[in-house]
Design a protein around this ligand. Structure first.
Ligand code: ADP
Length: 283
């Protein structure tokens, strides 16, 4: 077992955020943490990265208590990509990715470290930008560099907080394809993500956070109309495609006027399967 979160509660000062949550993550799984704003997704990632300490309960990483792990050990095992990373110093793409090797240095980078960084830069298609200051890049390019840094760190577990926020569709898919590829090669990926359809497309398992708790946990079957309405306050239609994929179309904010429903139903994608029994009833 890669991650074991056991009966963990957490509060910022006296404000409770997580109440007795438990879940486990196995090696190679690609997990999506979903839930409305403020549900506690980022807090869960920070607890696993030991940036925050549980008020009660315990977290184990590969059967070892996180409490007893040194920061250097955590950096070798877990790579964390926060939601927004402020870059205070102008740094090149190459140097940023090289920083990922730091947990593996003793005195400084070796030839091997430099080769690893060069090959990541090539694989990510960043060769022409390798000397560019990362503050002078687009959000999508910069996100790729940050992901490249985690590749260089080469941890077995990756924690990502909204890695696709603010990216166009092309870059969203590019980054999620890279992460999917890593999970297929045995890395464990845990990502907080707002976009439920992207989560459904890429993740194997989902942790849905609501009301300070894990409201649902499991495979795609947890995405029912009733659960989404309860957690996100939105009515959705659920479509199944021929490849076993499912996707959601928001129909109505459960507090909004009824006519929004008709506009969105008519706007449903033409190629989608909409057979009797495959689409959950809207009302
Ligand atoms: P999510 O990632 O699901 O949007 P967060 O984990 O960021 O949620 O936040 C969960 C709750 O904790 C929210 O109500 C948020 O306002 C609160 N919170 C987050 N960070 C802090 C902090 N540093 N101090 C006090 N409250 C915080």
């Amino acid at each position: 077992m890669e991650i074991n979160v056991d009966s963990v509660s957490f509060a910022y000062n006296s404000t409770p955020v997580l109440n007795n949550i438990s879940f486990t993550v196995q090696k190679g799984e690609f997990i999506g943490i979903v839930g409305p704003n403020g549900a506690g997704k980022t807090t869960i990632l920070k607890l696993i990265q030991k940036l925050l300490k549980p008020k009660s309960g315990k977290i184990q990483i590969r059967e070892r208590s996180l409490k007893g792990m040194k920061l250097e050990d955590i950096a070798k095992t877990i790579g964390y990509i926060p939601q927004t990373e402020l870059t205070q110093f102008p740094t090149s793409v190459f140097n940023t990715i090289l920083m990922g090797r730091k947990p593996h240095f003793s005195w400084g980078p070796t030839e091997n470290d430099l080769e690893i960084v060069s090959s990541i830069i090539l694989n990510l298609g960043l060769k022409d930008l390798s000397l560019r200051n990362i503050n002078e890049m687009s959000g999508g390019q910069r996100q790729k560099v940050i992901i490249g840094r985690v590749f260089a760190q080469d941890p077995d577990i990756l924690l990502l907080d909204e890695p696709t926020a603010n990216l166009d569709l092309h870059h969203q898919l590019e980054i999620l394809d890279l992460l999917k590829d890593l999970s297929k090669r045995g890395k464990t990926v845990v990502m907080a993500i707002h976009d439920l359809n992207l989560a459904l497309k890429y993740c194997d398992k989902f942790i849905m956070v609501h009301d300070h708790q894990i409201y649902a946990c499991g495979g795609r079957e947890i995405f029912t109309q009733a659960i989404i309405k309860k957690v996100f306050q939105v009515k959705v239609s659920i479509f199944h495609d021929d490849n076993g994929g499912i996707f959601l179309i928001p129909i109505q904010n459960s507090k909004a006027k009824k006519n929004v429903h008709h506009e969105l139903v008519n706007a449903a994608p033409k190629g989608s399967t909409n057979k009797q029994g495959e689409m959950d009833a809207v009302n």
